[in-house]
Design a protein around this ligand. Structure first.
Ligand code: HEC
Ligand code: HEC
Length: 328
């Protein structure tokens, strides 16, 4: 009798814990086979309480100095968390120095921002919060503001066991971003074994993308469509924005920017660090021309001949990298 009770209790424990873990996976993120792991900080693992808090903060204009700009002003869910402008508008007429990127796959990047100047996602939000061209509020003033809102205070205590402060605010925001990935593009369906997921046009475009002639895949390598390296892709002869050099102080890094993921590229234009190329057609023409003669230009950017038909195929493939079921 005693033993069978033990068995029942053991079964209940197993059942209960598997329910909890299913719930966890569903809420967090499910990645296809072959994907690298998400970079999750030890002190910031997934919880539902943090998810709700991070999302609330991300869409809240009240976290900027004059309550006019939310993170979502420049990172719109409809555009894969980028926006449609070359440079974006922050508080008090401020304009950003760079083009607003998609954030959906930022959780995989070993270094954050186009120059890699931020060492982890968990602290990145301190920059837009304090930047005069973005949200323009001191983190300690923001912490006070949120502490005086009893609903926020309660949520922070639930999520982190401490009040809104310079530690918890950026970590809640990073948590929202980190768990956004939803690799559900036609390309992902194709890789998962559905051979019909790509049309003939898209499939040919994939071949071109990965070919030695175009070399796109050597920098934008699957599955994230980036190697995370810094490269000079030949945009300019002289760079107003020095890129990686601003961090490394090394002149061989002038004009090098973090290679961006091309997932959802159809939604993230205009393109490049300064939004100077309006469309994916413009981007392909840039690479076909071979770009500038800058001394740091990567050897893989040498120009190529591409027929109209091939260009159509390549563009079709880039468009097949759009997540079909993005997370909210
Ligand atoms: C006024 C527009 C604007 C606002 C507001 C803004 N951002 Fe950004 N964001 C940008 C721009 C521009 C960049 C590119 C910066 C760079 O790479 O140097 C960026 C970059 C990022 C990155 C780096 C992504 C990567 O993969 O390198 C993250 C993460 C991010 N923003 C999160 C946020 C969060 C969280 C908020 C709100 C606290 C926010 N942003 C508010 C414009 C904005
Ligand atoms: C030497 C490495 C390298 C190669 C090869 C390369 N790229 Fe890039 N690509 C980059 C870098 C670096 C950037 C970012 C430049 C910047 O921010 O100014 C970039 C940016 C882009 C962007 C803009 C993404 C965005 O969000 O702004 C697209 C689209 C793109 N590349 C497509 C391609 C295609 C298509 C090919 C092949 C024809 C290709 N790339 C070949 C390094 C490379």
């Amino acid at each position: 009798m005693g033993r069978s009770w033990c068995v029942v209790i053991a079964c209940l424990i197993v059942l209960f814990s598997s329910v909890i873990s299913c719930h966890f996976d569903e809420q967090a993120v499910s990645l296809p086979v072959g994907f690298p792991p998400l970079l999750i900080s030890e002190n910031n693992p997934y919880t539902l309480a943090k998810q709700e808090l991070g999302k609330r903060l991300f869409f809240d204009k009240n976290i900027s100095i004059d309550s006019s700009v939310a993170c979502s002003n420049c990172h719109l869910a409809d555009y894969a968390y980028s926006d449609t402008l070359a440079l974006s508008n922050g508080v008090k007429g401020g304009i950003t120095d760079r083009n607003s990127p998609s954030l959906i796959y930022s959780g995989f990047s070993p270094l954050i921002n186009k120059d890699g100047g931020v060492v982890k996602l968990d602290i990145q939000a301190l920059i837009p919060i304090e930047d005069h061209n973005e949200m323009g509020i001191h983190i300690l003033s923001l912490a006070k503001r949120l502490q005086s809102d009893s609903t926020y205070n309660k949520q922070f205590i639930e999520a982190f066991d401490r009040e809104p402060d310079a530690f918890t605010i950026p970590r809640a925001l990073a948590h929202h971003i980190r768990f956004l990935p939803s690799p559900t593009s036609k390309y992902d369906n194709f890789i998962a074994g559905n051979e019909d997921a790509l049309t003939t046009l898209e499939h040919r475009g994939m071949g071109l993308f990965l070919s030695d002639k175009l070399k796109c895949g050597s920098c934008h390598s699957p599955p994230l469509f980036t190697t995370h390296e810094f490269a000079n892709n030949g945009l300019y002869d002289t760079y107003d924005d020095l890129g990686r050099t601003l961090i490394s102080a090394d002149s061989t890094d002038i004009g090098k920017f973090r290679i961006p993921s091309l997932r959802n590229a159809s939604l993230t234009g205009p393109y490049m660090h300064d939004g100077s190329l309006g469309t994916l057609e413009d981007v392909v023409e840039h690479y076909a021309s071979g770009g500038s003669q800058h001394i740091n230009k990567d050897k893989r950017i040498g120009g190529f001949n591409i027929s109209e038909q091939e260009e159509e195929e390549l563009l079709a493939f880039l468009n097949a990298l759009t997540d079909l079921e993005p997370k909210e």
